[in-house]
Design a protein around this ligand. Sequence first.
Ligand code: PGA
Length: 252
Amino acid sequence: MSNRPFIVGNWKMNGNRAMLAEARAIDRGAARCPGVRVGIAPPFTLVNTMADAVQAALIGAQDCHAEASGAFTGDISAAMLADAGAQFVIVGHSERRALHGENDAAVKAKAEAALAAGLEVIVCVGETEAERDAGKAEKVVCKQLDGSLPQGEGVAARVTVAYEPVWAIGTGRVPSVEDVGAMHRAIRARLSAIYGEDGAGVQILYGGSVNAKNAEELLGADEVGGALVGGASLTADSFLAIVLAAAGPGAE
Ligand code: PGA
């Protein structure tokens, strides 16, 4: 765990070798902002090449299988990601939960596999719009934390939580700073209940339509330790603007 803000780009199913130039430019920007941890999670096909191409940025993946190896056609294990040069993996993204039917238990198994392979893990949680409208957002997110977070001695130091309201992902809509702060405080309280003292050190990222314009405000909300960025992470220009917002005044 680090106290530095953690800004992670989730490239989703975007990116080819031509885009390594963007990753290199992001990496150069990351080197100029040592006060910020910068991560990029490209598609599997680019993890190895990108890990070799960068120095300052951390490279991760967007998913992994819960088993280390075996007859799982089309899947990639955490051990393979570590072997390819990945340092972290995102698990439980709402697109995985919704489109691949991943429930909390599956997410937890993946998170535990990631830790066992020596990776850091970013566990995503977040409510749907209907759940927020019904006043259940905190309850839903706390239940996801209870079911998805890996357990065990010393585990919290390698876990990051990303709070991503499903309705804010890719929509251009973001919660108010007050709502972000309230949810992040609720997540912090739950982390303390789950991990005891170690829960205080877990970074909590906000994700969902973060861009150069809103980053400073969102990163200033209570208990926000960084951002998980989708669309705005695909070019160095837009992503580095968010990194700079995290670096704070004086950075350029
Ligand atoms: P977005 O995606 O920044 O494009 O909303 C965030 C995410 O899904 O991680």
